[in-house]
Write a protein that binds this ligand. Structure first.
Ligand code: ADP
Length: 717
């Protein structure tokens, strides 16, 4: 009897396709195969096998079973669950799950080593090369290390003083050393660690809720050690919201276990990704530290998932396959029967609600470790003490910076705005510089001299004359970004060592690590940073945090604006005053009476959360109700209008569900495509994914119209 294999293909197709299993291929669910799709052979994964009933039309056969690790059952189930939840094609999450499997393997690398022979003609440059050749390394690295040109190294190879070898980078992972001990924990930390360790061995979610610097990382590393020790094949996944933070945690994991974990994020080179993917699949890689997509790795025996900084909006993937890694981590934990730890100093209202109702275990650490205290928080009322015209740092903040500088301590200036100025306008005609075909202002970047659209990536050189009216030298930079604040700080403190940390200046993991280390070592006096640096890090000499524009996140607010502002500012101010030096934070605000500012000043999170929860409950908003969004877009306004009007008419009528819209999206035009939105609110008990899938099935978007569904949206633009 022959069998039929359902094969899922990593493309946005509605379902798995059936193929005939050739005699003797012996396929199993999870196997990676090559199958014909149109004229091509394409990689897919077998999801299901069944006996062929007679009389069916003949199916194309599976072309080949690939000699690649299969996807474990848990990973396959997770991929399918995630697609159903997100109301998207299962091929989308599958593509994420196969990203590492499809990356090229590491190629042999050319390295040179000293043979011991002496050069026939010694020169200072050649001596420098020999002094630097302490270990085998690529020729270009050796030349760089010695500070000489590539020709010097080549000459020594030709002479036989250096030998050229080909080495294949190691494929395996060093196992964690479980005999090492972590830090001696305080009583409250030890209690939390033992509660976490006792939660291992099955599914369950714990909210590890501890103030910044309370030792949450130390505590969850103890739980990781316990999980790894309890089972020689156990695997642990630690998820972080930012690449910069993965670097800090990788360093701590490496120090704790004497072996580097698998590293997984968008900046990892393809061969290294492939190595992690295979290591996770064969079980050799036991600890992974990564960004959200690490959740889709093919774990064989996942026992613990930690989501650090669980409140962070960066866990939400907004384009392509839309998902929230914190929420899906809980699902993956349930599927794998693994313990899940959500850690934060400012947990999301969703997680706090689950802790309050007992769905999650709730562990609290209320004090900083050792003698470190939380910083004093002061509000600077910009109406009373404004900065000088054209400046952004108020006199009280400048005074505090001067005192900090005199004490030899560090300042962090936090402003969540990249570039030099968020808006450029013509003083002659009032024209605002906008991106072509997109509803967004161009942001001025002085380092590169360009105007950049942060939404689409479009950029252009800053013109000398206004493109609208032609006036010369009339373009004015309005408002501050980090580059402008840096300029002001330099003018105020010309001797200080000042650096900027934003995604423009820190474009890869290596640069992030370099800046974090320089900051930790005290080689920087003033760091001007966006949120990329304002979270999670420990900088022992940092005693002053100045928030340049505390009101920024509250403007044009969506339902989470207050929550997000509170979280971000509590995190940023929480960088001050680690170790034995007391810290302070100054928040520049035009609205010191706002509930968020008052809660920050009083360090009263619980009161803020209680007030915010009450408002959400009244409105039936998350975490008391659920939301979904539909974003329809298309190049033709009339066609899009007609489509969304038709879509509104066929929305299923279900008790406990309200549909709002269609409305113009706040970002009404992106890359020449008009955008319309619906917002759906549902009571908690409603299966919102099923509702959205039923609605989606009733419409057929015309050619150029695209429909995206966002379950539990965080962006409302
Ligand atoms: P959190 O994750 O809660 O912000 P961390 O685990 O990063 O806190 O701890 C903050 C700082 O205090 C780190 O430098 C950490 O090494 C140190 N620390 C925390 N707990 C201990 C401990 N028990 N012994 C020694 N150092 C500790």
């Amino acid at each position: 009897m022959s069998r039929i294999a359902s094969v899922l293909i990593p493309m946005p197709l509605p379902e798995a396709f059936d193929y005939a299993e050739p005699e003797g291929m012996g396929l199993a669910a999870g196997d990676q195969v090559a199958v014909p799709l149109g004229p091509r052979l394409i990689r897919g994964v077998v999801t299901d096998l069944r006996e062929a009933a007679g009389g069916n039309r003949p199916l194309k056969p599976v072309a080949e079973r690939l000699d690649e690790p299969p996807l474990p059952p848990g990973t396959l189930e997770f991929v399918q669950w995630a697609a159903r939840y997100a109301v998207d094609a299962p091929g989308q999450p599958l593509a994420i799950a196969l990203r590492g499997a499809r990356a090229p393997k590491a190629r042999p690398q050319r390295v040179v080593r000293a043979t011991g022979a002496a050069p026939a003609r010694p020169t200072p440059a050649r001596s420098k090369v020999l002094a630097a050749a302490t270990a085998p390394m690529p020729p270009a690295d050796l030349a760089r290390a010695a500070g000489v040109g590539a020709g010097v190294v080549k000459g020594l190879i030709d002479e036989g003083v250096l030998a050229l070898d080909h080495v294949v980078p190691a494929a395996g992972f060093q196992p964690p050393d479980l005999t090492r001990r972590g830090a001696a924990l305080s009583d409250s930390q030890a209690a939390a660690a033992s509660a976490l360790s006792s939660s291992l061995g099955g599914f369950g979610v714990t909210l590890l809720d501890g103030v910044t610097g309370s030792g949450k990382t130390e505590v969850y590393l103890e739980a990781a050690a316990a999980a790894l020790a309890a089972d020689p094949e156990a695997q642990v996944l630690i998820l972080l919201p930012e690449i910069a933070l993965t670097q800090a945690v990788i360093a701590r994991v490496t120090a704790r276990f004497g072996a580097a974990p698998g590293e997984w994020h968008s900046d990892v080179a393809p061969p290294a990704r492939r190595r992690v993917w295979e290591g996770v699949a064969d079980g050799g890689c036991r600890i992974v530290v990564g960004a959200r997509s690490a959740l889709f790795l093919p774990f064989r025996r996942l026992k613990l998932i930690v989501v650090d900084e669980e409140h962070d909006g960066s866990f939400k993937q907004e384009d392509g396959f839309i998902y929230h890694a914190r929420d899906l981590a809980v699902v993956r934990g349930r599927i794998e029967d693994a313990a899940v730890v959500l850690a934060s100093a400012t947990p999301s209202l969703e997680s706090l609600r689950n802790a309050e109702t007992g769905r999650y275990r709730w562990l609290r650490l209320s004090a900083r470790h050792g003698t470190a205290r939380l910083p004093d928080i002061e509000l600077v009322d910009l109406r009373e003490t404004p900065p000088e015209s054209g400046r952004w740092l108020s006199p009280p903040l400048v005074r505090a910076m001067a005192e900090t500088w005199e004490r030899g301590e560090q300042t962090l200036l936090f402003l969540n705005r990249r570039g030099y100025a968020p808006l450029v306008l013509c003083k002659a005609c009032g024209e605002r510089m906008t991106a072509p075909d997109t509803d967004s202002w161009l942001v001025e970047h002085r380092y590169t001299g360009r105007l950049v659209c942060h939404l689409t990536g479009f950029s252009m050189p800053k013109p000398a004359a206004c493109p609208h009216c032609g006036a010369k030298d009339s373009l004015a930079s309005i408002g501050p970004g980090v580059e402008r604040v840096e300029e002001e700080a330099r003018a105020l403190f010309p001797e200080a060592r000042i650096a900027v940390f934003s995604s423009d200046t820190v474009f890869d993991a290596r640069e992030a690590r370099r800046l974090v280390e320089a900051m930790a070592a005290g080689d920087i006096d003033i760091l001007v940073a966006t949120q990329a640096a304002a979270k999670g890090h420990n900088f022992p000499k940092l005693t002053l945090v100045g928030v340049v524009d505390a009101d920024l996140g509250l403007r044009g607010g969506d339902l989470r604006a207050a929550e997000r502002t509170y979280q971000l500012l509590a995190q940023a101010t929480g960088r001050a005053g680690r170790k034995d030096r007391p810290g302070r934070a100054l928040l520049q605000t035009y609205a010191p009476e706002h509930a968020v500012m008052q809660a920050l000043k009083a360090q009263d999170r619980d009161a803020f959360v209680a007030a915010e929860m009450a408002e959400r409950e009244l409105a039936g908003l998350p975490p008391f109700g659920r939301l979904a969004a539909v974003i329809a877009s298309g190049p033709d306004a009339a066609q899009l209008d007609a489509f969304v009007r038709g879509m509104a008419e066929v929305a299923p009528n279900t008790p406990g569900v309200e549909v709002y819209g269609p409305a113009d999206a706040p970002l009404g035009l992106v890359r020449g495509r008009r955008r319309k939105r619906f917002l759906v609110r549902a009571d908690r008990g409603v299966d919102l994914s099923a509702y959205m899938a039923a609605w989606r099935a009733r419409v057929k978007p015309p050619g150029q119209v695209r429909v995206a569904i966002d379950i539990d949206p965080y962006s409302f633009l």
